[in-house]
Design a protein around this ligand. Structure first.
Ligand code: AMP
Length: 143
């Protein structure tokens, strides 16, 4: 449930301090120590899971239940209308802390945040084939 060498598990247990914004039995939200915008915060499950696909779906649902309320609070407190919710999964995706977390990043007009988003196009038929290939891998969840 908790990893001894995980910085976010240490925040959950109180061994490392954090600027907490919200806490309940399963979820914690705190300000990012290296913000890319004022009010940039992280929402995490208290239990240790590294990524979305390895996370227990009930735990993820607990986080999802909280996200809209935290996002709304960020909007109101930071006086912004727009924000990004970002979740890096794995090193190649930019994940540094291997404890699942959702960044909430307030956005303001003219801010310096830019995503490198290299848009491309699929060749003929590839989009259908790819949708089929991925679709076949989706495990149908039991009720
Ligand atoms: P990621 O690249 O998605 O793994 O992002 C990890 C984030 O955790 C970074 O934005 C860090 O600034 C942030 N971070 C790392 N250690 C702490 C800490 N002790 N308290 C708050 N935020 C932290």
């Amino acid at each position: 449930m908790s990893q001894p060498d995980c910085v976010f598990c240490k925040i959950v247990s109180g061994h490392i301090p954090s600027a907490k914004v919200y806490e309940d039995e399963n979820v914690l939200a705190f300000l990012d120590i290296g913000p890319i915008a004022k009010g940039h915060l992280l929402v995490i499950p208290k239990q240790h899971f590294a990524t979305v696909d390895s996370c227990d779906s009930k735990v993820l649902a607990d986080v999802a239940m909280v996200l809209p309320r935290i996002a709304k609070a960020v909007k109101e407190a930071m006086n912004v209308k727009d924000y990004n919710i970002l979740c890096n999964n794995g090193k190649l995706a930019g994940q540094v802390v291997e404890h699942l977390h959702f960044h909430i990043i307030p956005r303001t007009l003219g801010d310096a945040i830019r995503w490198n988003w290299p848009v491309s196009k699929y060749p003929m038929n590839e989009i259908e084939n790819l949708a089929k290939k991925i679709g076949e891998k989706v495990v149908v969840s039991s009720p």
